[in-house]
Design a protein around this ligand. Sequence first.
Ligand code: UD1
Ligand code: MG
Length: 422
Amino acid sequence: MSHFKAIILAAGRGVRMKSDTPKVLHKVAGRPVLEYVLDITKALRSLTTYVVVGHGANEVKKSVGNSVHYVLQDKLLGTGDAVRRAGPFLKNFNGTVLVLCGDTPLLETVIVSRLLAKHQQLKAAATVLTAIVKEPYGYGRIVRDRLGNFGAIREHKDASENELKINEINVGVYCFKAQALFNTLKSVKLNPKKKEYYLTDVIELLLAKEETVATVTTDDETAGFGVNTREDLAQAEKVIRTRILKKLMADGVSIIDPATTYVEAGVKIGHDTVLYPCTFIEGDVTIGKKCQIGPFAHLRPGTRIADNATIGNFTEVSRTKVGRNVMMKHFSFLGDATVGNDVNIGAGTITANYDGKDKNKTVIGDGAFIGSDSILIAPLTIGKKAMVGAGSVVARGKNIPAGMLAVGVPARVIKKVAKGKI
Ligand code: UD1
Ligand code: MG
């Protein structure tokens, strides 16, 4: 595939989200909607990606960072105007321009790859991605003549009664010859109903000039699914979540009840690990092989769990490293902790990591045994093979040396318990 540059339209207000946050920054499975679209341009190695920003421009820039170029659309005058704003940056570019919308998190790379391939193979002036859907309401319709030749994209608001029955829709993803696009955009007129310049009008104008305009059609109903409302956001979440869980299962993870298992994007889990129902695993979590997680476990960002560990019911783990063979079976919280191998975390153990000002660290050495209902006030180190008696409160900084037993409230070290060399 030869080179291309991409323009992602992300300036829209997203009025129907009723939110202070720009629409494209709302999260699906823990990642902003726009990131999913950027995955595609990255995977297909776009030479340069221009993101058109407008509403909440600074927030979007801050979230995405400087791996892309930004084009400001200070007045939201429609998709045609948004693309036109990128024109000056592409003045000397004669290759392919891929245009995507920033609010379509379900679009998959393979489909866009097919679109690019066909566009370049046909040397077309434009190639439009279309989809056959059951519910075409609101989308631009693909108007064809009796022979099936592509004639125009008709926006829902401008469509006749017959055109509204068409179930082939414009996904909102296009390839163009760069200069054909920007030259034709000059002739696009303001739509009188919406008071916007439509990118889709470029198609009819190109056809009038007898340029080649092709289509690639997908039967993936979700390809063009745009997030416009909170309900859409929840639907997108469901689709992405199912994709994440399917991939984990294909890689050898058992998921007892996918309907109640929430795993965000970016989570890594080793094979033969079992996820029990009602488990919520946020992004940036890594779990090893042969672990048991849940039911009712909440693993938060920065958590690393080594092989063969058990994180049982009513547990929360945050910014914590858990070693091999650790048993933490019932109602416990570990935060900002490093737990060695072969440690037992008794029922109800809590690391008190936050003192109202700072988050403090707890270190628990290999082979330590923490009795039930213990409170470990950080910063604190529990040595290797040390023991904490049930119901103890270990005060901050009162480190327990390796192999020693501490009990009580506040806990006092009373004797050596570990046998042999530690
Ligand atoms: C657009 C298409 C429609 C297609 C649908 C697919 C046009 C005229 N219509 O309609 O044919 O079926 O997408 O989802 O293009 N944006 C800007 N600046 C603007 C306006 C919009 O950057 O001035 C961005 C939005 O942030 C969004 C994208 O462009 O990411 C699409 O805009 P939107 O208003 O959602 O277009 P639709 O009405 O959905
Ligand atoms: Mg839209």
